[in-house]
Write a protein that binds this ligand. Structure first.
Ligand code: ADP
Length: 216
């Protein structure tokens, strides 16, 4: 199975991707995570990439496309993948198509998690990460609040600051909404309401994916 996962920053893509991985035995590919790894490695590419990410701007297509191609050629994707963060611009749609065709892989569906802007702004401002486990917490979500001794070690993603969040959302509206429209026109889009509990969002995704496979 090959899926694209699209949604605004903070729409819950990471959470749903984890569930998709568990349920369908596919691999999660996140361009955001790959780019952040490049930044942390301190490589030349990482230093360059950080100048874009830290401002909430997109990294130039060629760098991201190369990373995606290298990832797909690693040979550990027997059941397919769910890719999150790519394609993120209309230009990247054609690149993704080329990458898939040349590797005899077929896209099954594009999952869009739809969440209103005010919800994502709140979620991102309250998002914290445990640097030791990578687990994401939301300080304002009931049942998600960490123990006080854990809370002290949580960090905020550098681009989860209010002024950068605003920029990321406007980049998303300008560059990524047209991607969604294009996949809608191509008849490949599955849209789910993401302003609900993660388990309900996932139940919708599963339902829609299974009815899509039946109709094929
Ligand atoms: P979010 O969806 O929460 O904004 P991601 O973790 O997916 O965050 O991406 C973080 C940053 O990485 C983006 O703001 C952008 O700078 C860069 N990035 C990720 N994917 C792409 C892409 N396909 N094209 C260009 N830049 C990208």
């Amino acid at each position: 199975m090959h899926l694209i996962l699209i949604g605004a920053p903070g729409s819950g893509k990471g959470t749903q991707a984890r569930r998709l991985v568990k349920t369908y035995g596919i691999v999660h590919i996140s361009t955001g995570d790959m780019l952040r790894e490049a930044v942390h490695s301190g490589s030349d590419l990482g230093v360059l990439v950080n100048t874009y990410i830290s401002q909430g701007h997109l990294v130039p297509d060629t760098h991201v496309t190369t990373l995606v191609e290298e990832r797909l050629d690693r040979g550990d994707l027997p059941n397919g993948f769910v890719i999150d963060g790519y394609p993120r611009t209309v230009g990247q749609i054609g690149e993704f198509d080329r990458i898939m065709k040349s590797r005899q892989r077929t896209l099954d569906a594009v999952l869009r998690i739809d969440v209103p802007a005010e919800v994502v702004i709140n979620r991102l401002s309250d998002r914290r990460i445990d640097p030791e486990t990578g687990r994401i917490y939301n300080l304002n979500l009931e049942g998600d609040h960490p123990d006080p001794d854990l809370e002290v070690r949580l960090v905020q993603r550098n681009d989860d600051r209010p002024e950068i969040i605003k920029q990321r959302l406007s980049t998303y509206n300008a560059e990524t909404l047209p991607v969604i429209e294009q996949y809608r026109e191509m008849g490949q889009l599955i849209e789910v309401n993401g302003a609900r509990a993660p388990s309900l969002v996932f139940a919708s995704i599963q339902r829609r994916l299974s009815s899509q496979t039946e109709s094929q």
